[in-house]
Write a protein that binds this ligand. Structure first.
Ligand code: BMA
Length: 346
């Protein structure tokens, strides 16, 4: 038994989780990279030049995922993939066919940065797509054969949303980062609630960019929050500005289990920042963009999937005890983090 535990919906056994022990002598590495990275590189299938910023999960004893495939015409779309070991992936050659609730085709013009989250017996795919500007799209499936689009939760512009893996106080919960129509030099994480995945409201501020350099421009949700004995463990991205653009690093926070707009702990240092060639060199250099985590409740092992340089998929590992202690030991929270997220006068 570890010091901390995966609890609730995250308390699942994944004995075949991909894994490597922390390298001897590794310092400054609360997350350590898979030695075989990147797990997905260039030209993964005909008509798709790059796969990155993608989400995977355990499924029927194996693994399944939704992948951002940059087509050779430059337009991103979502592809389904299967794997026995969560490292070697077989992709469907065709894009995911989305339909409306009446069964008619309802394909987005583009779709990127998908997340994959199971709530009760339904799998939800959440992505950024077109709705008179960049906005969040959602589809549901029960069998990964039929994909039914449901209402867009928010008006534009919003390009980054992450659903919680269970309802809280009988409400679906979604983190998102409202933005502008360009490369958005600002952005905080907000929380919205819904009784039915259609109507969203009771918006709360969760956490903002911080004075820490690595997340001083904007932040955004990453992997679906992980339920633990300390609260919701959230891997997110933090963005800093350099002379030729942005750098995307991976950060960590722990949110209150019942009131997740309250941040209990927030790591003041990044957990992982672009340092390897496949993170530093690519279509957009200097990007580590987390989108999914696989966790094994028995061992406390965590495998984190992140997009690298808008070109590759990287995999990194940590242990529940290590990452929670690291976040707590390096935690700095401010009032806008710890409060419930409604300003006085609301
Ligand atoms: C963000 C998103 C991500 C991308 C990142 C870096 O705005 O578009 O898909 O990884 O920029 O280019």
């Amino acid at each position: 038994m570890g010091k901390y535990e995966l609890t609730g919906v995250s308390r699942i056994s994944v004995p075949n989780i991909p894994w490597q022990d922390k390298p001897q002598g590794a310092i400054n590495q609360p997350l350590w990279r898979y030695s075989g990275n990147p797990v997905i590189g260039r030209d993964p299938l005909p008509g798709v030049s790059r796969i990155f910023n993608s989400a995977v999960m355990p499924y029927e004893g194996k693994f399944i995922g939704v992948f951002r495939g940059e087509q050779t015409n430059g337009i991103p779309y979502i592809y389904l993939g299967h794997s026995d070991d969560a490292i070697h992936w077989n992709f469907d050659g065709q894009k995911i066919r989305f339909r409306d609730e009446e069964g008619r085709d309802l394909m987005p013009l583009y779709a990127y940065d998908p997340r994959l989250v199971k709530v009760d017996d339904t799998y939800y795919i959440i992505w950024c797509g077109d709705f008179y500007g960049a906005a969040i799209g959602v589809a549901k499936t029960k069998d990964f054969k039929e994909f039914v689009r449901i209402e867009n939760p928010f008006i534009p512009f919003n390009r980054n949303a992450v659903l919680f893996p269970r309802k809280i106080h009988d409400r679906y919960m979604m983190l998102s980062r409202p933005s502008d129509s360009g490369h958005t030099p600002f952005g905080d994480i907000f929380l919205s609630e819904s009784p039915d995945m259609v109507y969203w409201g009771r918006h709360r501020h969760v956490m903002g960019k911080s004075p820490e350099w690595w997340e001083s421009v904007k932040i955004g949700g990453g992997a679906a929050p992980i339920e633990t004995s300390e609260g919701w463990l959230l891997f997110y991205h933090g963005v800093s500005s350099i002379c030729n653009g942005f750098v995307y690093s991976i950060g960590g926070a722990i949110l209150d289990i019942d009131e997740p707009s309250k941040v209990k702990y927030r790591c003041e240092t990044y957990l992982l920042t672009p340092e390897e060639i496949y993170e530093e060199k690519g279509f957009v250099p200097g990007v580590c963009f987390p989108c999914a985590a696989i966790c094994d409740a028995d061992s406390g092992k965590i495998a984190l999937y992140y997009g690298a340089a808008d070109t590759n998929v990287g995999l990194a590992f940590t242990r529940l005890d290590d990452i929670i202690d690291y976040i707590k030991d390096h935690s700095v929270t401010r009032q806008s983090d710890t409060e419930v997220g409604i300003q006085p006068g609301f």
